[in-house]
Design a protein around this ligand. Structure first.
Ligand code: ISL
Length: 587
């Protein structure tokens, strides 16, 4: 029980917040414009986008066949989850060949064609850098585990068993939540913060850093435009592996994320790799807080461009439990506080990101909107409006443009994800609440965001001619590209309009953000910009009709720039329909 509580606490803390108050925003930053600040990033989970060869798994040729669709969205950058050689214990986040393409996904020739096709269409390509750990099937690890004197031994973290059992380290995906795995070949334990098949690389070893930097340069030389860096704050560790001090109080993630040499390594990476190319970099900001965020992204630090935090997507779960949603749903006032705080963190220095969905998250409409049939589309459009009108680079997850929602599996056998499956086993062992876990997973499990993309109403949603690797959401008959593409009122058309609105109005990128009516429990309203160049965004986050009063002194145009309903009256109190979203120019 104690262990289960610890794991849960650790998990929750991973998502949790930063407590420091930061400076107030001052003025709009129009002096330091960059392409990656203005970009809309579209994330593709390649396994689930489009299968070209009928094996049930999406692939690079599949993406190539849909480049015109991607282009039609108006987005600027595509981020692909890992496409490298991998035994797929964690769907590509366990890499066995950093310079080769995963067999199921195709060949290097396919990759070259994909990159060319994107660049021809003016789209940039960002790949996933998974360098905290490799696969245990990587040649480095095979060598490393073979003998204590092998030249690759120090590529990983080993603890000789004659010293006794190492101090406990928690693991995300281990069935015993134990990050040390005993390996009899050399009578030693190796470290794996994630699954047993994802041993942690030893960044203290300069040879490891050189291997990673050379590999990054290899991809940049091919012409890619950036990296998203998986759990990058975990790369530096105290390699004496002491007992965790009492004051950590279960907050292992903060401990993982603040290794003593982290920023030395990021500076070295910048010098050896990033500074040599005109590219973008974004850290998965695991364990990063308001207090530490600037250390990663401030320009004068010469490290990375952006990071994404977990405070937003970790919000609304019951504290102390593993991704169990609050029974009455999340509270909008707290949600507004988080996003307002993260705006203020980067108001004068650095730059933020914003996302509501990704491959580790459920579908945004289920988690943050309302996926009941009468509200799915409007609430999905409302969330799209939010993502595309904040001062931060939006990372928009594929399928959200269609309003795709959670599949909500009933049976554990339907899940593919190692996180869900192994947590289930852990709970069984520890006699935890399986029923609560399975119900919560319908809202929060990662596979909800990984079901295949819905292209049309034909068999398997037009994703594959074979058996899909993960079940397809039965709502594909109505929710699909073919049904939405010609419909001006569809989620898809709305997304394209919202992207164009952002592109045509730099105030939506750089303009000052000001929260209005912060105590309102149903409406999230804010302005962007100042003086003559200012817009008002009003988002009804509830399923109720609301009358919302414009703050004194604020007058707006009659005709909104964006509206997910046809009704709007700028005169007097504003009547909002359920989940109505309005962007309108301030007069
Ligand atoms: O997915 C999570 C919660 O549901 C996180 O705990 C996740 O494991 C964490 O955000 C780290 O994520 C990244 O590294 C993992 C990989 O499984 C994730 O897909 C990736 O985004 C290990 O490489």
């Amino acid at each position: 029980m104690k262990q289960i509580f610890l794991s849960i606490t650790i998990c929750m803390l991973f998502f949790m917040s930063c407590k420091n108050k930061t400076t107030q925003q001052t003025s709009s930053d129009l002096t330091n414009q960059k392409w990656w600040k203005e970009a809309v990033v579209y994330q593709i989970y390649p396994r689930s986008f489009k299968d070209s060869d009928g094996d049930g798994v999406g692939d690079l040729k599949g993406i190539i066949s849909k480049l015109d669709y991607i282009k039609s969205l108006g987005i600027d950058v595509v981020w692909l989850n890992p496409i490298f050689g991998s035994p797929n214990d964690d769907n590509g986040y366990d890499i066995s060949d950093y310079r080769g393409i995963m067999k199921e996904f195709g060949t290097m020739a396919d990759f070259d064609a994909l990159l060319k096709g994107m660049h021809e269409r003016g789209i940039k390509l960002v790949l996933d850098l998974v360098a905290n750990h490799s696969s245990d099937e990587h040649e480095w690890f095979k060598q490393s585990r073979s003998s204590r004197i092998n030249p690759y031994r120090d590529y990983y973290h080993w603890w000789p068993a004659e010293k006794g059992k190492p101090a406990h380290r928690w693991s995300f995906f281990d069935v015993n939540a134990d990050a040390w795995k005993f390996d009899s070949a050399t009578n030693a334990y190796y470290l794996h913060y994630f699954s047993r098949k994802q041993p942690d690389l030893n960044w203290e070893n300069p040879k490891v850093r050189k291997e990673i930097f050379d590999m990054m340069n290899f991809w940049f030389d091919k012409g890619i435009d950036g990296f998203r860096m998986d759990v990058i704050p975990f790369i530096s560790k105290d390699t004496t592996f002491p007992e965790l001090p009492k004051e950590y109080n279960g907050d292992m993630v903060a401990y993982y994320a603040n290794g003593p040499h982290l920023h030395d390594y990021l500076k070295e990476m910048n010098k050896e790799v990033l500074s040599k190319h005109n590219v973008m970099s974004v850290a998965e900001g695991a364990g990063v807080t308001a207090a530490t965020a600037h250390n990663f992204v401030d320009e004068d630090r010469n490290e990375l461009n952006m990071l994404y935090h977990f405070e937003g997507t970790g919000y609304g779960y019951v504290p102390g439990k593993f991704k169990v949603p609050e029974p009455d749903g999340y509270k909008l006032v707290g949600f507004k506080e988080i996003y307002s705080k993260w705006d203020s963190i980067f108001a004068t220095k650095g730059w933020g990101t914003i996302y509501l969905g990704n491959h580790d998250q459920p579908r945004m409409v289920t988690r943050w909107g309302n996926d009941a049939p009468e509200f799915r589309e409007v609430s999905s459009k409302m969330l799209t409006t939010f993502l595309l009108t904040m001062r931060a680079t939006p990372y928009y997850y594929f399928g959200d443009e269609l309003g795709m929602s959670n599949i909500k599996f009933d049976k554990i056998e339907d899940y593919n994800d190692i996180e869900t499956k192994n947590h289930y086993i852990l709970l069984q062992t520890q006699k935890g609440d399986i029923k609560e876990f399975m119900e919560s997973a319908k809202i929060s499990a990662r596979d909800n965001g990984r079901t295949p993309f819905q292209w049309d109403a034909t068999a398997n949603a037009g994703f594959t001619s074979g058996k899909p690797w993960l079940k397809i959401n039965p709502n594909y008959k109505n929710v699909n590209v073919a049904a939405e593409v010609g419909n001006v009122n569809s989620c898809l058309s709305y997304f394209k309009n919202a992207v164009q609105l952002r592109k045509n109005n730099k105030v939506l990128v750089y303009g000052k953000y000001e929260l209005l009516d912060k105590a309102n429990e149903k409406v999230y309203a804010y302005t962007r910009g100042e003086g003559a160049d200012k817009v008002l965004v009003i988002l009804n986050f509830s399923k109720e009709k609301i009358i919302w009063n414009l703050p004194a002194g604020l007058a707006v145009d009659e005709k909104p720039l964006l509206n997910n309903y046809t009704t709007f009256s700028a005169n007097g109190p504003i009547a909002l329909e359920p989940y109505q979203a309005i962007v309108v120019k301030v007069k």
